[in-house]
Design a protein around this ligand. Structure first.
Ligand code: Q9C
Ligand code: ZN
Length: 341
């Protein structure tokens, strides 16, 4: 399997507001380095680079003004004399006005963010767009007739919606790739999200659409981030009704319970008959993950990959979360090896 990788991710190393303190992000450059090292160690396959894309590609799932914000935020922030990370600090909840984009960067940061886990630094935009470009190149590889590809994306993407960033995510790499497939003539795409956290951004982007099915297994939002989406009764809207499938699972879920939910999820995918599958591959379901609450073990990631392979679909794996840095390489690559058989 080809792995699409760019070293530009190193340009993004940020802080987050966590437990009341500004501290280094769990989502750190070393994550992608360990996954890359493991890809090499097991000889998964060759590495490939991705061509730089025009921003208009990202604007197929994000609004043009949001993409523009990401592009210019650091410049606006640093023009105020700041050298530390830009972090959002005020949000237009409930009855506050969200129909007028503020002019001040402090207002814009809150307007375009769902939480304080998405700092913008000098190198963030370059890393973010390079990450999306990897997913696009991976999808191009499938469109060229290949059966699988791995986009080693960092930063991740699945919490980012059409007009907001969140949960370490800025551009929704998986959604951008799924939309690219449709734009190139694909009829139906499924996004299967196995990250521990609900992929609220991917769900939101495709919620009213019948051409993209979204299927997610994740920690129950009553107790787990992102808290405000991922419930079972979120099944789609309008033309998209019935094309969104959430499997919220309790704290402590192990492979036995997970495998059962995954088998059910795979039935939904078979019924939809997509042309292509995009897997949002988070491995923060691991028992020792520092911010998550499932109990998958390293050996469980092989049967996960095998279950996905059982669908028999051209498959793009897009890296999402996973914060037990020493093990995420092993766990992510186990999925890919389990898929390859
Ligand atoms: N105590 C991804 O995995 N913070 N994002 C949760 C829990 C945000 C995770 C804090 C986690 C975002 C892509
Ligand atoms: Zn996650």
């Amino acid at each position: 399997m080809l792995t699409f990788y760019s070293q530009l991710h190193h340009l993004h190393h940020a802080s987050e507001l966590k437990d009341g303190k500004v501290s280094p992000c769990f989502e750190m450059p070393h994550r992608a380095d360990t996954v890359l090292a493991r890809v090499r160690e097991v000889g998964l396959g060759p590495l490939a680079t991705a061509p730089a894309q025009d921003s208009s590609r990202y604007a197929r799932v994000h609004s043009a003004r949001y993409v523009r914000f990401l592009e210019t935020a650091w410049q606006e922030w640093s023009a105020l004399g700041h050298q530390h990370d830009a972090l959002p600090l005020v949000w237009p909840v409930r009855d506050l006005r969200s129909d007028i984009e503020p002019e001040h960067i402090d207002g814009k940061l809150g307007f375009y963010a769902m939480d304080a886990g998405v700092a913008i630094t000098a190198g963030t935009w370059q890393a973010v767009r390079a990450s999306a470009d990897l997913a696009l190149a991976g999808m191009q590889h499938l469109l060229d007739g290949q059966h699988s590809a791995f986009a080693l994306c960092r930063p991740p993407g699945h919490h980012a919606a059409a007009e907001y960033m969140g949960g370490y995510c800025y551009l929704n790499n998986a959604a951008i790739a799924a939309q690219f497939c449709l734009d190139q003539g694909g009829k139906r795409v499924t996004v299967l999200d196995v990250d521990f956290h609900h992929g609220n951004g991917s769900q939101s982007i495709f919620y009213a659409r019948a051409d993209v099915q979204f299927v997610s297994l994740h920690g129950d939002p009553r107790r787990s981030y992102p808290y405000f989406s991922g419930h079972r009764d979120e099944t789609g809207h309008g033309a998209g009704l019935g094309f969104n499938h959430n499997y919220p699972l309790p704290h402590g879920t192990d492979w036995t319970a997970y495998a059962e939910a995954l088998a059910h999820a795979c039935q939904q995918i078979r019924a939809f008959q997509p042309d292509v599958l995009v897997v949002s591959l988070g491995v923060d379901t691991f028992v020792d993950d520092p911010i998550s609450h499932f109990r998958l073990r390293s050996e469980d990631y092989f049967p996960m990959g095998a279950a996905i392979a059982g669908l028999g679909l051209p498959t793009l794996f897009v890296m999402e979360g996973g914060y037990m840095v020493d093990e995420i390489g092993i766990n992510a690559v186990n999925v890919l090896q389990g898929f390859a058989g």
